[in-house]
Write a protein that binds this ligand. Structure first.
Ligand SMILES: Cc1cc2nc3c(=O)[nH]c(=O)nc-3n(C[C@H](O)[C@H](O)[C@H](O)COP(=O)(O)OP(=O)(O)OC[C@H]3O[C@@H](n4cnc5c(N)ncnc54)[C@H](O)[C@@H]3O)c2cc1C
Length: 369
């Protein structure tokens, strides 16, 4: 193991690997430690929106098309109603198994010369450096990329003072030919189901609910149209759970420690933006590290998170409100340009200020429907 480095990244998930690649692109010496071994899997909807894909490309990375599946937009479904919106400018997103994404990112991080420490749990940080078991690694900069339950966040005193309202989520893969090239959001009374094709023979299904006892099977009972698509399909992975929700931190850096990815705050899974956000943060944070000043990172971080946080709030107003879901879909069906514009806003093709106008238009549509 190295005994000193410019940048030590705690956590080798997508955010940690993105950080490592971005810092190596700037010529810094980087070590990444993860307590697990690759390829690392995780409960996720596994879709990368067009803006997330663009951020991935800025790291010199592309998902292999043979192991991914493109989607051209979003479909909302509520009971018998459904409505679609395509991404602007014929853009597309890509979905791939988390294990594929992790393998591709690990290979790239190794290729650019990152010191990768797998099966290496970080047990503390201090003035002497980063504690990895019995070893201590001196580091000029320490980056917490250790996920939503970040211990680095706690060690650095960056914990949020409030408890966000979390949702419980589960995902599973089914062997079935994709029935659409759209990412589907199924609105139920107590949950949402997300269906995204990840290859030409597998679909990832994720389910999120506020109810802690809720499981994927409960969701399928509540979403008959989705369960009909999966009726004959074999489940090819086990159910994997995670929590999700909007969590904002007051501060994402202190002294020589900065947070990235879910460690730095989360956006609800409904946005499909967690990964893209982490990739953009990595590029920005690497710039701050190279300049020797972490302070601009706070503003950049908050600006990057603003759009997905706003969109998550807007979408989650439909959560648990079947009548509102139904009316919103009716408005989108009669005014398809409104749904298209909201999707364009969601992926950053329109500025966040347009949300005021489109939000008002939607509100008026709901009142007058
Ligand atoms: C149900 C669900 C659906 C989602 N769908 C999407 C989607 O479709 N699109 C999208 O973009 N985002 C989605 N997200 C969000 C996305 O999954 C996260 O934003 C993303 O995983 C964050 O990556 P990360 O690297 O910050 O954290 P993680 O992926 O959690 O990685 C953290 C890593 O740190 C390691 N670690 C932790 N503690 C230590 C320690 N002490 N020492 C060493 N290693 C440590 C862990 O082993 C882990 O590998 C979804 C999330 C959920 C819950």
């Amino acid at each position: 193991m190295v005994n000193s480095t410019d940048v030590f990244v705690v956590g080798g998930g997508p955010a940690g690997l993105a950080m490592a690649i971005a810092a190596r692109q700037r010529g810094l010496h980087v070590a990444v430690a993860d307590s697990r071994r690759p390829p690392i899997d995780k409960a996720c909807g596994e879709g990368l929106m067009p803006d997330g894909l663009a951020a991935l490309e800025r790291l010199g990375l592309q998902l292999p098309l043979a192991e991914a599946y493109p989607f051209r937009g979003i479909r909302f479904l509520s009971r018998e109603l459904s409505t679609d919106a395509l991404f602007p400018a014929s853009g597309f997103g890509l979905a791939a198994r988390r294990t594929v994404l992790h393998r591709v990112m690990t290979e790239r991080a190794a290729q650019v010369g990152t010191e990768l420490l797998w099966g290496a749990a970080v047990t503390g940080i201090g003035a002497d450096g980063v504690h990895v078991g019995k070893d201590v690694v001196r580091a000029r900069w320490i980056i917490g990329a250790d996920g939503s339950n970040s211990r680095v966040r706690r060690w650095a005193g960056l914990e949020a003072s409030y408890r966000p309202r979390l949702r419980y989520a589960f995902r599973r893969h089914y062997r079935v030919a994709p029935w659409t090239d759209l990412m589907e959001v199924h609105w139920g009374e107590r949950c949402q189901g997300y269906a995204t094709a990840v290859s030409d023979e597998q679909v990832c299904v994720a389910m999120a609910s506020h109810d802690p006892s809720f499981r994927l099977e409960d969701g399928l009972k509540e979403l008959p149209w989705l369960s009909a698509q999966l009726q004959e399909a074999e489940a090819v992975t086990t159910e994997r759970g995670a929590v999700t929700g909007n969590r904002r931190l007051k501060r994402v850096w202190r002294a020589n420690v900065a947070l990235i990815g879910d460690a730095a705050g989360t956006v609800d899974a409904i946005t499909g933006e967690g990964l893209g956000l982490a990739f953009s943060q990595a590029v920005a944070l690497a710039g701050c590290i190279e300049a020797g000043d972490l302070s601009p990172y706070q503003k950049i971080h908050d600006r990057l998170a603003l759009r997905p946080l706003l969109m998550a709030r807007l979408m989650l107003t439909l959560n648990g409100r079947p009548r509102l879901q139904h009316r919103t879909l009716q408005v989108f069906r009669t005014r398809p340009e409104l749904f298209r514009r909201l999707l364009a806003l969601h992926v950053g093709a329109l500025p966040p200020r347009d949300l005021v106008w489109d939000g008002l238009t939607l509100g008026w549509g709901l009142i007058s429907a």
